[in-house]
Design a protein around this ligand. Structure first.
Ligand SMILES: [Zn+2]
Ligand SMILES: [Zn+2]
Length: 147
């Protein structure tokens, strides 16, 4: 049962890669699978920690991460600590900010705010906004565990 589900997931990921014009190599599948399983964006270091024990080296993880980001399958976010984090782009989104992120200033935990949409709306009567599109929305505060 569990095995059948895993095979189904691999099939799905292969189709995704194909659609983005990437060859589905086992390394690329492993990186994509790891990102899909994560509930928060992962840094290269975090990904490598999971994937190096499975036989991939850090450079391979990095190279595949870059390929996935370039193809648009994976979104990059820099959440104020100069670390790039990567997450799988949900389907049906363009390249603008797909969802805001919340970072706890105490423990550094990152949360994807997937059911929130942030837009820039100039207040009535103000001059036209100088912003044309948002690429990243970052909220900071204290998480539920750190209050
Ligand atoms: Zn916290
Ligand atoms: Zn996210």
């Amino acid at each position: 049962m569990k095995k059948a589900r895993a095979a189904e997931e691999i099939g799905e990921l292969k189709a995704l890669l194909r659609k983005s014009g990437l060859r589905s190599t086992s390394a690329r599948l492993a990186v994509l699978q790891q990102l899909r399983a994560a509930k928060t964006p992962l840094s290269h270091a975090e990904l490598a920690k999971e994937l190096v024990p499975t036989g991939l080296d850090r450079a391979t993880v990095y190279r595949n991460l870059m390929d996935l980001a370039e193809s648009g399958l994976v979104a990059r976010a820099e959440l104020g600590d100069h670390v790039w984090r990567y997450e799988v782009r949900r389907e049906g989104h363009d390249h603008s900010a797909e969802h805001p992120h919340f970072v706890c200033i105490d423990c550094g935990a990152v949360t994807c705010l997937t059911d929130v949409h942030v837009d820039i709306t100039p207040t009535p009567g103000s001059k036209k906004s100088t912003i044309s599109s948002l690429t990243e929305v970052l909220l900071k505060g204290h998480c539920g565990k750190c209050v």
